[in-house]
Ligand binder design. Structure first.
Ligand code: SAH
Length: 407
């Protein structure tokens, strides 16, 4: 069921669990799992090397494992979790979106973006989302279920594999050259879902990403960004994890009246509380916080709101935060559209005048619905008629396909 306006969904409907996977397990759990298969503990490390370091799940390539057992070990610990349904490319191949089918038919998307010297993967942490922001395509479809740790990690491994395959083919390694194109350097939890509402799995996935190989992928925590609507207790918990990743707070309005509507979680935790927790996150981690602000024409883009945002941020200190305005990507059926470029410039200038570092987020992948807030896998199941209409009459959400269309 699509959620009613403002309705929040915190716990995912109960569904069957995805099969257990090596990436779900800590190092001691991996040793126990191979012991259950009657194998010595060191096999767990070999298996981890294949998966996290070599990105391999093909038993034939695991020549250091006993030939007679390989198949069985792979079936038990490296089951297929994601099946590609569709790949779409934009920006001359520099942006690629993949639609994945999960074991139970649920659909999620991830978007790979190549830049000079870095590669960013935007991944999903839930199938759907329960936070119901009216301008976000995912939010309109409601929450299907939480992803498991391994389903999150697999998105990174799949991206790494595709980059490696591309480099091996001698294809376009990107402007940074083969060396840099080979690695996913950045991960942003900005695909489908509110990761902090799927806290345990999301944090475990981050731990797999940052653990050195072969335990994990050996990524830098600094390259990982956790984006949230502002679940204050979860932000405080995250600050205490001791992982120096970046926090992004989806603010979108500096005043409670408007934010109550744009980000319904604001009816639980107010702007002031969300900003206070963001500031505490900075103090605990030393990581500068990002404030996300989708600029919506005549809704939240007034100069006075830029001033109010600047004042609210500076009230909590200097040098702890930067702002990322994002031109709204209109979703089908939405009555909202992006701000006028001149209005956007003024908004940015006002913030900078308050001394707030401000950078407008690029909108990679707009034409493949791969840009911020456009991920709505259920939508993809049905061919859409024509291009998404930026402005439409009536309440938000009218005319959107039913989320049950995805099955
Ligand atoms: N649940 C997380 C991740 C969501 S997607 C969160 O809310 O932060 C990442 C960012 O894209 C969020 O800041 C979200 O508010 C923003 N976003 C969603 N829909 C958008 C749209 N249509 N145009 C621009 N940004 C959008």
């Amino acid at each position: 069921m699509p959620p009613a306006p403002g309705q929040l969904t915190f716990s995912a409907p109960r569904r069957g669990k995805p099969p257990r996977h090596l990436a779900d397990l800590t190092t001691p759990e991996r040793a126990a799992a191979v012991a259950d298969l009657g194998l010595p503990a060191f096999r767990a490390k070999q298996l981890s090397t294949h998966y996290f370091e070599r990105l391999v799940t093909d038993p034939a390539q695991m020549t250091d494992l006993p030939a007679a057992r390989r198949q069985e070990v792979v079936e038990a610990l490296l089951p297929t979790l994601l099946t590609p349904v569709r790949e779409m490319a934009a920006d001359g191949g520099a942006t690629r979106k993949t639609l994945w089918r999960l074991f139970d038919g649920a659909l999620v998307e991830s978007v790979l973006m190549k830049y000079t010297g870095r590669v960013t993967l935007c991944l999903s942490s839930q199938a759907g989302c329960g936070m119901n922001c009216p301008f976000c395509a995912t939010g309109q479809a409601g929450l299907t279920r939480n992803l498991s740790t391994a389903e999150i990690v697999e998105q990174v491994v799949a991206a790494a594999r595709s980059l490696a395959a591309e480099a091996a083919e001698g294809g376009d390694a990107g402007p940074g050259g083969v060396e840099q194109a080979l690695r996913v350097s950045n991960v942003v939890f900005m695909g489908m879902g509110e990761a902090l509402a799927n806290y345990k799995a999301a944090i475990a996935a981050v731990r797999r990403m940052v653990s050195p190989a072969p335990e994990g992928l050996g990524m830098s925590a600094r390259g990982i960004t956790m984006s949230t609507v502002g679940l204050v207790p979860a932000i405080d918990k995250l600050a205490a994890e001791g992982i120096p990743m970046t926090l992004a707070l989806s603010l979108h309005a500096p005043d409670d009246e408007l934010r109550d509507e744009l980000v319904p979680i604001n009816t639980r935790w107010k702007v002031g509380e969300a900003l206070d927790s963001a500031r505490r996150y900075f103090e605990a981690t030393g990581r500068r916080v990002s404030i996300e602000y989708a600029l919506i024409r005549d809704v939240n883009d007034q100069a006075w709101r830029a001033d109010k945002l600047g004042t609210e941020l500076n009230r909590r200190g200097r040098g702890w935060v930067h702002v990322n305005p994002i031109p709204l990507n209109p979703t089908p059926g939405s009555r909202w559209t992006a701000s006028d470029p001149q209005v956007e410039r003024t908004f940015v200038e006002r913030l900078r005048a308050h001394g707030i570092p401000t950078t407008v987020r690029d909108t990679r992948g707009r034409d493949i619905d791969g840009a911020c807030g456009q991920l709505a896998a259920s939508d993809l199941q049905q061919p859409r008629e024509g291009a998404p209409s930026p402005v439409g009459p009536g309440p938000v959400g009218l005319g959107l396909p039913s989320p049950t269309a995805a099955g």
